[in-house]
Design a protein around this ligand. Structure first.
Ligand code: ADP
Ligand code: MG
Length: 249
């Protein structure tokens, strides 16, 4: 049977995924600080919007005003889609505090109240008819209580996939950690894309690898990518290998 896929729209990335992310998959986008997780997920959402696929961006780390501004620096102006009801930002950052927050339509007053969080996310998904969802980042939901990480992800997965969305859940790991950001999280999700930044001889190298993707074959090698003022670009024909303190591409 031919499975339906959702294209990331990130140049080079869909080649590694044999066409795209299988529909309704919940994918962990995992990496350290500055590895490009936020840009990757925003590019994914924006590409969908340009193709008539509604999206929801759940902002837990930055104010929605900042999210719109960041996206605009890459030429991704989402305001038009918000006005048309095809895109929504869930403000799970400000707690509803401040003048700017009063203008937001979807506000979570306390992220410690997971029930409220889920209700607001569901409402945004229903009202936009979102087929793409980003949560940036899920780590914020369980950073103080790692033991609930897996349960939180299972719940989110039920809601997001249940409403028909294909989702990227941003997961933060520390600079040195080789894991995916919490106990058991890697088992709760359908896919894992890992972004890395490695310092070799005083120079930083960006690379990514698809660790897991339910429902499809996928590339198994580490590929270099770049961030430019147009967003992320992956090099599917280049492979990056680290050998001691050397980089072999
Ligand atoms: N216009 C740009 N051109 C090149 N690189 C950029 C640009 N904007 C941001 N970056 C790079 O992207 C990084 C931030 O990416 P981001 O997605 O916010 O990381 P993360 O969410 O993983 O912490 C910056 O540290 C910088 O290296
Ligand atoms: Mg980020």
């Amino acid at each position: 049977m031919q499975i339906r896929r959702v294209k990331t729209g990130i140049p080079g990335m869909d080649d590694l995924l044999y066409g795209g992310i299988p529909e309704r998959n919940v994918v962990l986008l995992s990496g350290g600080p500055g590895t490009g997780k936020t840009i990757f997920s925003q590019q994914y959402i924006y590409y969908g919007l340009t193709r008539g696929e509604p999206g929801v961006y759940v902002a837990l780390e930055e104010h929605p005003v900042q999210v719109r501004r960041n996206m605009a620096t890459f030429g991704w102006d989402v305001r038009k889609y918000e006005r048309e009801g095809l895109f929504a930002i869930v403000d799970a950052f400000s707690g509803g505090i401040g003048e700017a927050a009063k203008r937001e339509k979807y506000v979570v007053s306390s992220v410690d109240d997971f029930g409220e969080f889920i209700d607001v996310v569901k409402q945004a998904l229903r009202e936009t008819g979102a087929s793409r969802v980003v949560v940036d980042s899920v780590s914020t939901l369980y950073i103080t209580k790692p033991s609930v990480a897996r349960g939180v992800l299972m719940n989110l997965k039920r809601v997001l996939a249940g409403l028909g969305a294909t989702s990227l859940l941003v997961s933060q790991v520390s600079v040195t950690e080789r894991g995916f950001g919490g106990p058991g999280v890697e088992h709760a999700v359908d896919g894992i894309i890992r972004l890395d930044l490695d310092e070799i001889n005083g120079e930083l190298f960006r690379s990514l690898i698809i660790w897991k993707m339910r429902g499809t074959k996928h590339d198994m090698r580490r590929h270099p990518f770049e961030i430019t003022d147009k967003g992320i670009m992956v090099y599917p024909d280049k492979v990056i290998r680290f050998s001691g303190n050397r980089v072999i591409t």
